[in-house]
Design a protein around this ligand. Structure first.
Ligand code: ASP
Length: 583
């Protein structure tokens, strides 16, 4: 194997006191030049491993970002000049021979400190020189290597599936590619390899995986880009338990490979439980503040606001000091989220009866018993704040879940990793305006066999009760990935399509190949996919996945570096059989 050091004998960041006396050649960029006096200058030379100080003749022309090769002798820095902030801070390279390999124009963005993100992406090749990006992209490479190690060790076969495909519905819009050879026809870019991996199971490959690029035309967010990478996996003759096991092993191995510490046991909770305890199907369990049901405490209440199907609350520890402005702000936010209001109580010193006294606008409508029972139920004590939402149960859960996050969620770098599996998702998320249910996962998810009878077209709200065999992996409130046991029977698949409002003709046209494949001996199978960008961001302590992607798009989906998306030549349009409508 050739020496990765190439034309150098040492990396800048690796030199230590133990290297004193060593003759070395380092290569890199001039990070900073400082005057030394005595006809000498300091050059801080940077490569991907760090920075080392070189003492050079001041006549040498080498400014910031010049590319240099420097040969010299490692020596201890003079008494009192060591820099403890730098890993190489005890040494410097002296007696230097400097070879300027390439001069550089003054660079348009600084490499230290904050810079506007658009500028960072406009000059991404410079931004990549920052220590943060160097660090994050190396974590990313470790993540993908570790995933491969874990999947290979578990007998999975890496298989590539095509990028030019027919549409695979995952709930987003497709990116489409016009076909030159079939004018008027389009490929879709894959929202996921879902259907191909199922076909691999019909094809007897048994255990498939791929670190797959997926493309979805939907609004970009901190945890979402148009294109993203996922570990995509599928296995035959397994159920949900085995999937949870092999994906858990892959994630556990990856976390350990990057952080050096095991992920630990991953708890499993049902979707119902997640909604009741956290008000969301992707709970951040790094902190408590769980939603507590208080409905029964108000069974015979005189207070009109609490004469509703559900009253639930959270305790904000030490929150009694919250000012009126902040409370009003939170109330307005809860209303925006759909609640009628926010009931709040400061928990004061215990009164005569021994229970802490409540202070709040609603206490005058509440009995002494209700006032005493509330802090006890919520485990609240003097100095805390109690916040209640009274409404229909799903709405109370949802709003309180958002409030819990707004008031309690720690920054991404705190609280370690809190993973959990959420299982037993409903098959349908909601019913759209046209009366069609929307799949909570995707249309290929196996319903719970006990609920098959409810799967009738026009089933209305009762459809929302149909359970599926779908499960999510959640870490720190991020949906890391989803999967399910699949339908492998054409009759059930047609029944689900029909419930979704996809009639036989459309099912045949769009998914006929899948239904046909099921006719030729499809094994029972199940699978999963999790986001590599999201996992990397969590491990790198980044809030935004753009920080762990070498060349991401901006929030508006553009690439300021290459100018994409841009117009194409009129001739190219003609060749594709396309004509633009006048704007
Ligand atoms: N295809 C699904 C997705 O991309 C994952 C799966 O069900 O395996 O979310």
């Amino acid at each position: 194997m050739s020496d990765p050091r190439g034309m150098r004998t040492a990396y800048c960041g690796e030199l230590r006191a133990a290297d004193v006396g060593r003759e070395v050649t380092v290569c890199g960029w001039v990070d900073r030049r400082r005057t030394h006096g005595e006809h000498l200058a300091f050059l801080d030379v940077r490569d991907h491993t760090g920075i080392v100080q070189c003492v050079v003749d001041e006549r040498i022309e080498a400014r910031s970002e010049y590319v240099v090769r420097i040969s010299g002798v490692v020596r201890a820095r003079p008494e009192g000049t060591a820099n403890p902030a730098l890993a190489t801070g005890e040494v410097e390279i002296g007696e230097c021979i400097v070879d300027v390999l390439k001069r550089a124009e003054p660079i348009p963005i600084p490499l230290h400190g904050d810079v506007d993100e658009n500028l960072r992406l406009r000059y991404r090749y410079l931004d990549l020189r920052r220590e943060r990006m160097q660090h994050n992209l190396r974590i990313r490479a470790r993540v993908t290597a570790a995933i491969r190690e874990a999947m290979d060790a578990q007998g999975f076969v890496e298989i590539e599936t095509p990028m030019l495909v027919a549409s695979t519905p995952e709930g987003a819009r497709d990116f489409v590619v016009p076909s030159r050879l079939h004018p008027g026809n389009f490929y879709a870019l894959p929202q996921s390899p879902q259907l191909f991996k199922q076909l691999c199971m019909v094809g007897g490959l048994d255990r498939y995986y791929q670190i797959a690029r997926c493309l979805r035309d939907e609004d970009l967010r901190a945890d979402r880009q148009f294109e993203f990478m996922q570990l995509d996996a599928e296995a035959a003759f397994v159920g949900a338990d085995e999937v949870i096991d092999f994906i858990g092993t892959a994630v556990g191995h990856t976390v350990e490979a990057v952080t050096g510490s095991p992920l630990g046991e991953v708890p499993i909770i049902t979707w119902d439980e997640a909604m009741e305890r956290y008000g969301t199907d992707k709970p951040d369990t790094r902190f408590g503040m769980e939603l507590i049901d208080c409905t029964d405490l108000f069974a015979g209440t005189q207070a009109r606001v609490f004469q509703v199907p559900c009253v639930k609350g959270i305790t904000v520890a030490g929150g009694a000091e919250m000012g009126r402005n902040r409370i009003d702000e939170l109330t307005a936010t809860c209303k925006r989220w759909g609640a009628k209001g926010l009931a709040w109580f400061r928990v004061g010193e215990p009164g005569e009866a021994g229970a802490p006294a409540l202070e709040g606008a609603l206490t005058k409508f509440m009995s002494a018993g209700e006032q005493a029972a509330l802090p006890e139920r919520l485990g609240a004590s003097t100095g805390d704040m109690i916040m209640l939402i009274a409404d229909e149960r799903p709405l109370a859960n949802r709003v309180l879940g958002l409030l819990r996050l707004a008031l309690g969620r720690p920054p991404v770098t705190e609280g370690g990793l809190a993973p959990l599996w959420v299982v037993d998702f409903p098959l349908f998320e909601d019913i759209d305006e046209a009366g069609n249910p929307r799949p909570a996962h995707h249309p290929f998810t196996m319903p719970n066999p006990d609920d098959l009878d409810y799967l009738v077209r026009g089933g209305g709200e009762s459809l929302l009760k149909v359970r599926s065999q779908a499960y999510d992996l959640v870490i720190n409130g991020w949906e890391l990935g989803s999967g399910s046991v699949r339908i492998h029977d054409a009759a059930i698949q047609k029944q689900v399509f029909a419930t979704l409002g996809i009639d036989d003709e459309e099912a045949e046209r769009r998914f006929g190949f899948l239904l046909e494949a099921f006719a030729y001996g499809a094994p029972p199978h199940a699978g999963f996919a999790f986001g590599v960008d999201r996992l990397t961001a969590l491990l790198a302590g980044e809030e935004n996945i753009r920080e762990v992607i070498a060349f991401p798009k901006t929030q508006s989906g553009a690439d300021p570096l290459t100018g994409a998306p841009g117009p194409i030549e009129p001739g190219h349009l003609t060749e594709l059989g396309l004509r633009l409508r006048p704007a």
